[in-house]
Design a protein around this ligand. Structure first.
Ligand code: ADP
Ligand code: ZN
Ligand code: ZN
Length: 729
């Protein structure tokens, strides 16, 4: 039967179905283009289920009108998502093959996603009327109302300001309002403090970079490659100041653990405009307000982590991605987007420059810069007179290690403390020891639900699986041979802390890892507790970036060996980046820095290349290897992952998916394989890698393939997901 077409709203909902849903407008309303980008509350699913979605189009439906339901409520009078941002989000859905509704939900701060009203971030205040100004100029009775009127004639004042300037002002305000001399108003947020910190005189390299940025216009990707401490942040600040002076806003992305109060303070003190922050340490309300402040033009700058890349800008001028190589820019569940790549997409649609900064650029960005697609700016020297740290490799083969520490490393720490300076002892492993083994038969404590060893914690009294969180008490005797010779093998940060405390009882000792920094702001407090005196920081990669500790002169890296022999093709790049970033903490101020690397593999080619040629040499070598092997950035990857209660279910799905993959010239579907961790939290895991020499045929194949996957019977027995440009294989 045919029905007369009726006008409908196309609504994107946060559900895992790759389509929009049609709803009738509410009674009496007409679906016009002004609905697009507004949130609506709609009935969905069985019973009285509801969802909040975003209208992404208006049109007509020829379906049975009785099957169409009306939206329950329109939540926004003005579109929340529009223009370039909505276009970029559609691009995101297409590129990552994710439902638009899920992408939109990912892009909105939690409060708005949940259907809450857009917060009003302006402040309630009072202003004088023209009649009030006349009255204030004329002689009159002294008293509170007149005092208040005179204040308001100087400037509009927010209620909280009035609380401090004229306590008990409300009756006076009421009296003025009754006489028509003053009235309530809303104010823009307080201007940032005018007291700005001075910019240092730029080094020639910095000045050159700033000049090059000034000379560019329109969409321009820039790779700012500068050694640690070379003053990249100073270059961002200048570029942002230029952007603000032109009346525009800047959006700055930083890695998850790089956004310290220290870093934010530096932006605020320098720029003299409201700087909004957007990260996971804030409440839902604070995040929504930051989002709105940027969207409505009240904040000049927003500094935020990964998901801040989706913030709308009222007057877009500049995007900055600091530490662009950082792994935290890649979302690892839900919509698996890469914030750096989305920053490039947005900048191109907005027609504005985007600066990618790093001491250790990702090979993808480096490749783009070397091939001329990005402007490549380099800062080769440390700013402010600091010199690069001296690096020493400690060969610990056949040397005794006490709790993982060699005598030479301890000597270096002792000498550093004796000079009254600070040392960082780095080990990318938290806990007491990575594994508990039986010295007699080789048994080791494994997680029952994962293919992984349990980490020893609490000085040996507890076992914890870092992959599923399972906890256990260590056995008294070996379950296999009953021997009592169970020993924690290797050292994590907890053990190093203990050993260093015993060896240097007088020194201030601070451990920084995920365990000690669970609380918000704990990292800043930890670093502050180190103070200015001699001391030791022990920690994981949380310490690798973003912190300026002027008294820190020694970085001791304990054990890089785990990273030297990994199957992941990115392992070398990641290890080199980590080492350079950690080493970059040493001697950032006027005191010279030293780095000691303790290893059982002093002859490993990666270490040699890093030592003699630095990161550029490692990167050049890695790029050549990738080109020869056909890996990114010379090839394009997508990864289908699946997990289920049984290995058979995973296998069945991946086999069927493999067989169904549409043949395309230059696109290869590799055989299904177990995941690097084939069992995790009791679930079997597998994956199927797709690689291609060109992007378009890969994406065309994926578009054809995904509907087939969704229709497979075997897909119902697994949880599966597609990862475009995976960073963890
Ligand atoms: P990066 O971001 O490259 O690690 P920063 O911008 O944080 O480097 O600069 C490192 C240190 O050098 C900071 O303490 C900074 O204040 C200082 N610095 C940067 N540029 C200059 C300059 N032109 N003159 C003096 N000191 C500078
Ligand atoms: Zn045993
Ligand atoms: Zn586990």
């Amino acid at each position: 039967m045919d029905f007369r077409p009726v006008p409908v709203l196309h609504v994107a909902l946060p559900v895992p179905l790759p389509r929009d849903f049609d709803y009738l407008p509410p009674a009496g309303a007409l679906p016009g283009p002004d609905w697009v980008g507004c949130r609506v509350r709609v009935p969905f699913g069985r019973g009285d289920g509801e969802q909040v979605g975003v209208v992404v189009g208006v049109g007509e439906s020829g379906a049975d009108p009785a099957s169409l339901k009306p939206v329950l409520a329109r939540l926004d009078a003005q579109p929340l998502l529009q223009g370039e941002l909505l276009e970029s989000l559609r691009w995101t859905a297409g590129y990552y093959h994710a439902p638009l509704g899920e992408v939109l939900a990912t892009a909105l701060p939690g409060l708005l996603r949940a259907g809450q009203p857009v917060p009003d971030t302006r402040r309630a205040g009072w202003r004088a009327t023209p009649a009030g100004r006349d009255a204030a100029a004329a002689p009159g009775r002294k008293g509170r109302p007149r005092e208040l009127l005179q204040l308001l004639c100087e400037q509009d004042l927010a209620e909280d300001e009035l609380d401090t300037r004229l306590p008990g002002w409300r009756p006076a305000a009421r009296s003025l309002a009754e006489r028509g001399l003053a009235g309530p108003t809303t104010l823009e947020p307080a201007a940032a403090p005018l007291a700005r910190s001075e910019a240092p005189t730029l080094t020639p390299a910095q000045a050159e970079a700033v000049a090059a940025l000034r000379g560019s216009s329109g969409f321009q990707p820039v790779l700012l490659e500068g050694v640690t401490g070379s003053g990249k942040t100073e270059v961002y600040l200048q570029a942002i100041a230029d952007c603000l002076a032109a009346g525009r806003q800047a959006l700055v992305l930083v890695p998850e653990i790089g956004l310290t109060p220290q870093a934010l303070g530096r932006f605020r003190a320098r720029l003299g405009v409201p700087v909004a922050a957007f990260h996971s340490g804030l409440s839902d309300g604070e995040r929504a307000r930051a989002w709105v402040d940027l969207a409505e033009g009240r904040a000049g700058v927003l500094v935020g982590t990964r998901s801040a890349v989706f913030c709308p800008m009222a007057r877009p001028g500049l995007l900055v991605v600091d530490e662009e190589h950082d792994g935290s820019y890649k979302q690892q569940d839900g919509v698996r987007y890469h914030a750096r790549d989305l920053a490039l997409v947005r900048a191109s649609k907005l027609g504005i420059p985007v600066i990618l900064g790093s001491a250790t650029p990702s090979l993808e960005s480096l490749h783009n810069a070397l091939s001329g697609r990005y402007l490549h700016l380099r800062l080769g020297q440390r700013a402010g007179g600091a010199s690069p740290p001296r690096v020493r490799v400690l060969d610990v083969r056949k040397r005794p290690l006490a709790d993982g520490l060699s005598g030479e490393l301890l000597d270096a720490v002792a000498a550093c403390l004796a000079r009254g300076e600070q040392a960082l002892v780095f080990k990318n492993r938290r806990g007491y020891a990575p594994v508990l083994i039986c010295h007699d038969c080789g048994w080791s404590a494994h997680c029952r639900r994962c293919d992984a060893a349990m980490t020893v914690h609490a000085g040996g009294r507890r076992l914890i699986c870092h992959h599923c969180g399972a906890r256990a008490t260590p056995p008294d005797a070996c379950p296999d041979c009953a021997s009592l010779a169970l020993q924690p093998q290797g050292a994590g940060t907890e053990r190093l802390e203990k050993a260093l405390a015993a060896r240097f009882p007088g020194a201030t000792l601070v451990r920084v890892d995920r365990e000690t920094t669970r609380r918000r702001d704990a990292l800043g407090q930890h670093l502050a507790s180190l103070g200015d005196g001699p001391g030791i920081l022990v920690g994981t990669q949380i310490l690798a970036k973003g912190h300026d500790l002027p008294r820190l002169t020694l970085v001791a890296v304990v054990g890089v060996d785990e990273g030297l022999f990994s199957a992941d093709f990115r392992a070398g790049e990641k290890l080199a980046q980590l080492l350079i970033q950690v080493a970059g903490r040493a001697g950032r101020s006027t005191l010279p820095g030293e780095v000691v690397l303790q290893t059982h593999h002093p002859d490993h080619p990666l270490l040699g290349t890093l030592l003699h040629g630095g990161y550029p040499a490692v990167a050049a070598l890695a790029l050549a290897e990738r080109e020869a092997a056909g890996f990114p950035p010379y090839a394009y990857l997508a990864l289908l992952r699946a997990e289920a209660g049984t290995e058979a279910a995973v296998q069945a799905f991946l086999q069927e998916a493999h067989a169904a993959f549409p043949a395309r010239e230059g696109v290869r579907a590799n055989a299904p394989m177990p995941a690097p961790m084939a069992r995790r939290a009791g679930r079997a895991r597998g994956q199927l890698l797709l690689d291609a020499s060109q992007r378009p045929p890969l994406h065309a194949a994926l578009r054809e393939w995904l509907p087939l996957l969704r229709a497979m019977r075997s897909a119902r027995k697994v949880r599966w997901s597609l990862d475009v440009d995976p960073t963890d294989l």
